[in-house]
Design a binder for this molecule. Structure first.
Ligand code: ADP
Ligand code: MG
Length: 715
């Protein structure tokens, strides 16, 4: 029997993608070879190639039921966009044909004015172009209305400015590769030509019953509950994590997996998460640009399959107050075309040298640009999540684990002067190859943790396209690697041999980056104080975090590495702040609306009931003997409830005034964002506190929407 017999599911893998195997089968050999070369070297696609590829792609798509095609891209809206066109056209004789040309494959022209550009359009033309990005295979999206051929694309302006998230990611991948190759060459690896990053994204999400979801305007409008209190039994019991997956969800997961397999997404693990109704899906890591696109497809298919199964997907960072939020763990490593994973401690001293260099370079990058990483993971939802329950705090630090710390300490003190197994053993620090996951994966509160042969960036928001944090990560790494290489070269110029030069630089950098290393409890008050002393940024909300992009040296670095131009940085900065303001404004208005039209009417109705029953009681009490407390307590209940309503009205009026005030706030989009974070959000919290308190005293049958108990426990 063949030893690679595949399950029915696995045999479907990639069936809906125009992948390398399909291209190899359908393209003339020279076209296939030159396409592969283009892909590997990252050139633009040759026009003559595009024509042949387009034709083969069209034939394949039509054979598989497609009638339309679209360029599928990531504008700066946080989602994907597509513009559909039918294949049909008229030939010269006026006959209907199905046509798809090379130029239609390699270039589309969506109306750029309907996507955010952060002000770039005032200086440039409104036109935008999508261009095929062959790093992700074209795929078929099956919908109820038929099948569409989706062509993964970048989205750029007439003058070549990036209007999307993918373009800067691809540029950053190129920058990192260049820096890492130069470093490896210096370290003696003469064969390396390309370094890639690998990314495995663990995606968390909640599923709830769709009928219940539809009764909550807050979930529909904002993706999170703006009201609601926890039932007494919540996740404290911790019986959900890895618990049995309920049948309905299991069915969902199986269907999801099939869909993802068809699209060539290697979905690997599925399990329950900490909170009730929370789950996680993780595909096997792939090259970052592909993995970033695949994560967008994962999010899209989660939503679609949930809908099909009568469920609603909650992918917001904090759908429920007081319960774990959703994150996206960004497992990240660098790999060379010759030499394997650069973050793998390896078995041999030579590779340990490069391991130590790339490890320390990572410390250097994260230390120098912690504020950039924090900005790269800022979105409205993460303002609620970071620092709460399971999520890491807003302070960026690096966790290495006991062994690596011991090794770095020994290098710093001069006890290790070169890489030899003997030295590690003599020092009684079991040498690096014995490093294992158990030793490195313990600290769940660290935002950036070494886990065996990769770093896990855990502060990434669940709903964000991961192109953004990875673009930042690649760029800060390219910078750190270059700075270290230059320092090593300069040590060598002054006469040191390679090992001595490397160790001199390692020692210096280990010392300099010490503040970013933290092994303790990221939640503790003590850490917040300590981090401040160490000079680490602690930016609590998005407007604070985004200030990193105003830093001159940050801008210069991104420009220098060809990842973002000054205009692109400015545009992104504006778009992120604008989207934040919009999100908070919608949340505040939705909350006020829910209080006015749902909570207050219910509370007032109930107040009427208890008032009436109290006055009836007083009437009846003429003939009966009531205990002193019977009367007093019921009077008190009415009083408390009525006062609660009064307070809720007052707090809601205050919120409504502040909502009005947003538009009169000065300081442009920055002023608006600051106002949202520092004025509107606290006003919303104040309203919520009173409303949640009232909920706890209200007749359950009168509460005008499904409560936390029903959403999280009762189906
Ligand atoms: P967990 O973190 O839940 O223990 P794993 O460590 O097995 O799970 O993997 C989590 C994710 O990390 C998966 O997507 C996996 O493919 C990815 N991963 C594993 N090795 C690497 C690597 N070298 N580079 C990038 N991602 C990796
Ligand atoms: Mg993990």
């Amino acid at each position: 029997m063949a030893n690679n017999t595949l399950s029915e599911n696995a045999a479907m893998f990639g069936k809906h993608t125009f992948n390398n195997a399909v291209m190899k089968e359908r393209l003339p050999k020279e076209v296939y070879d030159s396409l592969m070369k283009t892909l590997k070297e990252g050139h633009d696609l040759d026009d003559s190639l595009a024509e042949t590829v387009a034709n083969a792609m069209k034939e394949w798509a039509i054979e598989n039921g497609a009638t339309h095609y679209c360029h599928w891209f990531q504008p700066m809206t946080g989602a994907t966009a597509e513009k559909h066109d039918a294949f049909i056209a008229f030939d010269k004789e006026g006959n209907l044909i199905e046509k798809f040309s090379g130029s239609q494959l390699s270039q589309g022209e969506p109306d750029a004015s309907s996507f955010p550009s952060g002000g770039m359009r005032s200086t440039f033309e409104a036109r935008g172009y999508t261009a095929w990005d062959p790093s992700t295979p074209a795929f078929l999206m099956k919908g109820s209305e038929g099948t569409t051929l989706c062509i993964p694309s970048v989205f750029i302006s007439y003058h070549g400015e990036a209007l999307d998230e993918k373009t800067p990611l691809l540029r950053s991948a190129r920058a990192l590769s260049k820096s890492a190759v130069a470093m490896l060459r210096l370290l003696g690896n003469t064969k390396v030509t390309r370094v890639t990053t690998y990314l495995g994204a663990e995606q968390e999400y909640f599923l709830i019953d769709r009928n219940l979801y539809e009764q909550r305007p807050d979930l529909i409008m904002t993706g999170r509950t703006l009201l609601g209190t926890l039932p007494p039994r919540n996740q404290q019991l911790e019986d959900h994590y890895f618990g049995s997956i309920p049948d309905r969800v299991l069915e969902f997961m199986q269907e999801l997996e099939q869909e993802l397999y068809l699209l060539g997404v290697p979905a690997k693990t599925r399990h329950n998460e900490v909170a009730p109704h929370q789950f996680e899906i993780a595909p096997i890591h792939e090259e970052t640009p592909l993995a970033a696109d695949h994560n967008l497809l994962v999010m899209e298919m989660l939503r679609r399959v949930a809908e099909r199964k009568g469920l609603a997907l909650l992918i917001h960072e904090k759908p429920f107050a007081g319960i774990n939020g959703n994150g996206k763990h960004n497992n990240w490593s660098m790999g060379a075309d010759v030499g394997g994973n650069l973050l793998d401690p390896g078995e041999t001293p030579e590779s340990n040298l490069s391991f130590l260099v790339f490890l320390v370079a990572t410390l250097k990058g994260v230390h120098k640009r912690a504020a950039v990483l924090r900005a790269a993971i800022a979105n409205p939802g993460n303002d609620h999540r970071l620092g709460a329950n399971e999520a890491p705090p807003a302070i960026i630090s690096v966790f290495l684990g006991y062994q690596l710390n011991a090794i770095l300490d020994a290098i710093e003190s001069g006890d290790i002067k070169k890489v030899s197994e003997k030295q590690f053993i003599d020092l009684d620090i079991s040498h690096i190859p014995t490093l294992n996951k158990d030793n490195t994966d313990r600290n769940r509160t660290s935002p950036f943790a070494f886990t065996g042969n990769k770093f896990e960036f855990r502060a990434v928001p669940s709903s964000m396209p991961i192109a953004i944090p990875n673009m930042a990560l690649n760029t800060i790494m390219a910078e750190a690697i270059d700075e270290m290489r230059e320092a090593i070269e300069s040590e060598m110029k002054s006469g040191k041999d390679l090992q001595a030069a490397v160790f001199a630089v390692l020692r210096k950098e280990i010392k300099a980056t010490k503040p970013i290393r933290f092994e303790g409890d990221g939640y503790s008050e003590a850490w917040h104080k300590e981090a401040k002393k160490r000079g680490l940024p602690n930016n609590k909300n998005l407007p604070e975090a985004m200030k990193a992009w105003k830093d001159k040296s940050v801008r210069e670095a991104f420009v220098k590495y060809g990842v973002l131009t000054e205009e692109e940085i400015e545009s992104r900065y504006n778009v992120r702040l604008e989207r934040y303001v919009k999100a908070i404004d919608i949340e505040a208005k939705t909350l006020a609306m829910m209080i006015r039209t749902m909570v207050l009417p219910a509370a007032i109705r109930y107040q009427g009931e208890i008032a009436e029953s109290y006055s009836k009681l007083l009437q009846a009490s003429k003939g009966i003997k009531l205990s002193a407390s019977a009367k007093a307590k019921q009077a008190k209940q009415l009083e408390t409830f009525a006062n609660g309503i009064g307070e809720l009205i007052a707090k809601t009026e205050a919120l409504e005034k502040l909502i009005e005030g947003l538009h009169h706030t000065k300081g442009g989009v920055e002023g608006h964002a600051k106002y949202c974070a520092e004025t509107l959000m606290p006003a919303m919290t104040a309203v919520r506190e009173v409303a949640d308190e009232l909920e706890g005293h209200l007749d359950k049958s009168l509460y005008p929407m499904p409560n936390y108990l029903e959403l999280l426990f009762m189906h």
